[in-house]
Design a protein around this ligand. Sequence first.
Ligand code: FES
Length: 56
Amino acid sequence: MYVCLCKGITDKAIKQHVAAGVETMRELKACTGVGSQCGQCTCQAGQILHNELVLQ
Ligand code: FES
């Protein structure tokens, strides 16, 4: 499922970045560009990030 249409980032891609050590939205944004254009995906991307960190 696409989370960020502007940058073409999927939930799977976010989960892979968390597995690789990303822990904050700032890091995720730096790695993927998620949320760096229109910003509409920021909330959902943050939720996925948070959920993955809780599951680790
Ligand atoms: Fe992610 Fe626009 S949908 S920045």
